[in-house]
Write a protein that binds this ligand. Structure first.
Ligand code: SAM
Ligand code: SF4
Length: 449
C-alpha cells in the first residue's frame, strides 16, 4: 500500500462520491462541458460536490476526460509537496491540450489556490481562474451564474437522493501545528449552528441519504451557542440512520463523545484520531497540545466504550529534529494503541510553516527506514485485529455496488472495510459471515438472504 512519495493510506475505506450525470464525449452539439479533478482529503471531495452543483446549474455537462471538456477545474490539495507536484503534472498536460485547442479554459481551486504559490502557477501555466477555499463561490460568476455567495458556501442545502453524503459542520482550524499549511489556506475555525446542520441532515435523510459523514479539519472542536461537538453528534445520531465523523483532534476529544460512539446504535464504531508522534518532545515541537500519555488514555476509553471498533491515526515520520529515540517512542505507541490502520506521512516542508525553517533535517534514507518500520507495525496490528473478525456474522452497509467481478465494497458497524459478493444496491445492508481477512480488508462469505 505504500507509495514512493511517502504517503501511505493503510486500509482506506472508500468514500462515496456523488455520482454526477456524466458523459464521455457524447454531449449534444453546442452543449458546454466541464471536467472536475479532485486532489486531497474529504473536505476537497465535498468542495468538489459544491463546484459540481455550480457547473450543473449553469448548464455544463460533466465529462471525465480533459480532451472532452470546455472547462477543466482542478480542485487541489496543498498539504504535502507531492500533492503539488501531481497538480503541476496535470497543469502541464492541460497547457498542451489547450495549445492544441482541445481544452478552452482551466480553473484552479482549493488549497493551492489559496497559497502564495498559486500566482506563479497562474503565470507559468496560463491558468484562467485561480480561487482559494474562501471564495470558491466566485466560480459561479465565472461559469455564468449570478454570484450567490450563500448558495455555494458550506451552508449548502442537502443533496437529495444520495445514499451517502458529507456534511461540513466547521471550516478552518485554530491550531498552529508546526508542519501544517491548513490554517494558512483554510483560515480560522468557523462552526455552523446546530439547527442548520440538523435540518440539513433531516433534508438529506428525507431525500434518501442513509449515511452521513460529518466533516471538519478538527471536527470535534465544533462548538456553537454553548453546545459542544458531542451534543451535535448525539442530535445527528437521532435523525440519521448511520453517522460517522472525521477528522478529530486529540485535544478536543471528550470522553463522553467516545462513550457516545459505543452507546449509540447509529454511530459507526470507528475513530480516526491523528496522533502524529509517540514522543512528547516531538508533540511539543509540533505544538499538538497533548502528551502521548493523554492520547493513550483516550484510546483506552474508546476501546472500552466501543469494543471491537476500529481505530485509525495519522503519523508523520521525519519531522525536523526527530531522533531515533523519538521514533522508538512512536513505534511503542503504535504497538500499545494497536491501530487498525494509519495514514503514515513523510514530513514535507511547506513554505510559510514553522517546521520548514527548523534545524535537524532528517536524511531521506532515515525517513524511508522509519516510514517502513511504522508501516510494518501498523500492518501487523491491522492483520492481527482483522483475523479476530473471521467467523463472525456482520451487518454490512454497501458503500460501492458490485463491479464486473461481482464484488461490492461495504462497511461493518465496527468500521471495517469488507469485500462481499453481492449485487445489493449502495446504501442497503447485507448480512454475511467473515470468511478471511488481510491487513487492510475483510472478505465475506456469500451473504445470507
Ligand atoms: N486536522 C487534522 C489533525 O490535526 O489531525 C489533520 C489534517 S491534515 C490535512 C492531514 C494529515 O496530513 C495530518 O494529520 C498530518 O499527519 C499530515 N500532514 C500535514 N502537514 C504535513 C506535512 N507538512 N508533512 C507531512 N505530513 C503532513
Ligand atoms: Fe493542521 Fe494541526 Fe489544524 Fe490539523 S490541527 S489542520 S494538523 S494545524
Amino acid at each position: 500500500m505504500s507509495n514512493s512519495k511517502g504517503t501511505t493510506p493503510v486500509a482506506p475505506i472508500p468514500i462515496s462520491r456523488k455520482p454526477a450525470p456524466q458523459t464521455t464525449g457524447q454531449t449534444p452539439p453546442g452543449s458546454k462541458t466541464a471536467c472536475i479533478r479532485t486532489f486531497g482529503c474529504q473536505m476537497n471531495v465535498h468542495d468538489s460536490d459544491r463546484i459540481r452543483r455550480m457547473i450543473q446549474d449553469s448548464g455544463y455537462a460533466e465529462v471525465q476526460r480533459y480532451e472532452d471538456a470546455d472547462l477543466v477545474i482542478l480542485n487541489t490539495c496543498y498539504v504535502r509537496e507531492n500533492a503539488v507536484d501531481r497538480v503541476k503534472g496535470h497543469l502541464g498536460e492541460l497547457n498542451r491540450l489547450r495549445r492544441e485547442g482541445r481544452v478552452k479554459k482551466v480553473a484552479l481551486t482549493g488549497c493551492i489556490g489559496a497559497a502564495e504559490e498559486a500566482r506563479s502557477l497562474e503565470r507559468t501555466y496560463n491558468i484562467d481562474l485561480v480561487l482559494g477555499t474562501h471564495n470558491t463561490y466566485e466560480l459561479a460568476e465565472f461559469v455564468g451564474l449570478p454570484t450567490m455567495r450563500e448558495t455555494y458556501t458550506p451552508e449548502l442545502p442537502g443533496t437529495e437522493g444520495e445514499h451517502s453524503a458529507f456534511v461540513t459542520i466547521m471550516t478552518g482550524c485554530n491550531y498552529q501545528c508546526s508542519y501544517c499549511i491548513v490554517p494558512t489556506v483554510r483560515g480560522r475555525m468557523m462552526c455552523r449552528p446546530l439547527d442548520a446542520v440538523v435540518s440539513e441532515v433531516e433534508n438529506l435523510v428525507a431525500g434518501g441519504t442513509n449515511y452521513v459523514t460529518l466533516l471538519g479539519q478538527t471536527v470535534d472542536a465544533w462548538r456553537h451557542g454553548g453546545k459542544r461537538f458531542c451534543d451535535l453528534l448525539e442530535a445527528i445520531s437521532e435523525v440519521a440512520p448511520r453517522v460517522w465523523f472525521t477528522t478529530s483532534h486529540p485535544s478536543n476529544m471528550e470522553d463522553r463523545t467516545l462513550r457516545a460512539i459505543g452507546e449509540r446504535d447509529t454511530i459507526v464504531k470507528r475513530l480516526h484520531l491523528p496522533v502524529q508522534s509517540g514522543s512528547d518532545r516531538m508533540l511539543k515541537l509540533m505544538h499538538r497540545g497533548y502528551k502521548a500519555e493523554r492520547y493513550r488514555r483516550k484510546i483506552e476509553v474508546f476501546r472500552e466504550a466501543a469494543q471491537g471498533g476500529t481505530l485509525s491515526t495519522d503519523i508523520i515520520v521525519g519531522h525536523p529534529g526527530e531522533t531515533e529515540e523519538d521514533h522508538e517512542q512512536t513505534l511503542k505507541l503504535v504497538k500499545d494503541c494497536a491501530f487498525d490502520s494509519a495514514y503514515i506521512f513523510k514530513f514535507s516542508p511547506r513554505r510559510g510553516t514553522e517546521a520548514a525553517g527548523l534545524p535537524g533535517t532528517v536524511p531521506d534514507r532515515v525517513v524511508q527506514r522509519r516510514f517502513l518500520e511504522v508501516l510494518r507495525r501498523v500492518e501487523q496490528n491491522g492483520f492481527e485485529r482483522n483475523q479476530r473478525k473471521v467467523g463472525g456474522v456482520e451487518e454490512i452497509y454497501i458503500r460501492h455496488g458490485s463491479t464486473d467481478d461481482g464484488k461490492a465494497i461495504g462497511e461493518t458497524w465496527s468500521g471495517h472495510a469488507v469485500h462481499v459478493n453481492s449485487g445489493a444496491d449502495p446504501g442497503t445492508y447485507v448480512t454475511a459471515t467473515i470468511g478471511s481477512a488481510g491487513p487492510h480488508v475483510l472478505y465475506a462469505r456469500d451473504p445470507s438472504g
